[in-house]
Design a protein around this ligand. Structure first.
Ligand SMILES: CC(C)CCNC(=O)Cn1cc(-c2ccc3c(-c4nc5ccccc5[nH]4)n[nH]c3c2)cn1
Length: 264
């Protein structure tokens, strides 16, 4: 590999570290998203290990709803990631533009997320950072989970403090001083519930504040607007359960009436 083999196009956005460009590989005219990470920046943030782990995790994943990492290469200063190009870009931009999604579209997205998460969990990968900002949309409108920056091989334990919005974190990951800081794949079920709420309502159910966080722990009822259908309400209540063991398993999510009614 060397950069010469790629024609670099417009910037596609800024990831956590580095920038992403539309790129086309010269020989086969293969279009991709080329992400450039600076080694110096990774060193400053002590992120090399994490990036190496992300590369390791994402290189072995093959699923239509998971963004592919085709390969990577580096020169003295930079690491280059050859990522799948998602033809319709970032999901959160679609969500902001639409304010909230119709239930049919939300149900199709949740079904695809459940499918992707079942695949990840079978490979003992917990994503841990499911939110609209980490989801892209393919050319046929299908969604693709990207950015495995916080994924771990299950069971994980909370070593580092989490930097980012708390909106999607389940109670077991934020309960202050909880002795066993181990958790498992069920953290992604909570996040799936928060994602579903945000698709239907246009904002997260528990805003990012300590009081709301404690309310989340005691599970004071979040407010679900009246325009949300009874079936959607039912599924939300079965995912946003404080006790991880009480959350609806992904197989049951795919079989839930709200999902089956709108899919296939
Ligand atoms: C360490 C390594 C394994 C991390 C791999 N994961 C990432 O780098 C996460 N990431 C993906 C991207 C990204 C951003 C944008 C796109 C796009 C894309 N398509 C677009 C279409 C229209 C407008 C904007 C678009 N961005 N396709 N693929 C992308 C990939 C940015 N960061």
């Amino acid at each position: 590999f060397h950069l010469g083999m790629f024609e670099i196009g417009k910037p596609l956005g800024k990831g956590k570290f580095g920038r992403v460009y539309l790129a086309r590989e010269r020989e086969h005219k293969f279009v991709c998203a080329l992400k450039v990470l600076y080694k110096s920046e990774l060193q400053q943030n002590r992120a090399e290990i994490q990036v190496r782990r992300e590369i390791e995790i994402q290189s072995n994943l093959r699923h239509p709803n998971v963004l592919k990492l085709y390969g990577h290469f580096h020169d003295s200063k930079r690491i280059f990631l050859i990522l799948e190009f998602a033809g319709q870009g970032e999901l959160y931009k679609h969500l902001r533009k639409a304010q909230r999604f119709p239930e049919r579209k939300a149900a199709q997205y949740i079904a695809q997320m459940a499918c992707a998460l079942r695949y990840l969990h079978r490979k003992h990968v917990i994503h841990r950072d499911i939110k609209p900002e980490n989801i892209l949309v393919g050319i046929h409108g299908e969604i693709k989970i990207s950015d495995f920056g916080w994924s771990v091989h299950a069971p994980g334990n909370r070593r580092k403090t989490y930097c980012g919005t708390l909106d999607y974190l389940p109670p077991e990951m934020i309960k202050p001083g909880s002795s066993d800081n181990s958790y498992d794949e069920k953290v992604d079920l909570w996040a799936l519930g928060v994602l579903m709420y945000e698709f239907l309502v246009g904002e997260a159910p528990f805003e990012d504040s300590p009081i709301m966080t404690t309310r989340r722990i005691v599970n004071r009822d979040m407010t679900i607007p009246s325009y949300v259908s009874a079936e959607a309400r039912d599924l939300l209540k079965k995912l946003l359960v404080v006790d991880p063991r009480g959350r609806l398993p992904l197989k049951k999510v795919q079989q839930h009436p709200w999902v089956t009614k709108h899919c296939q």
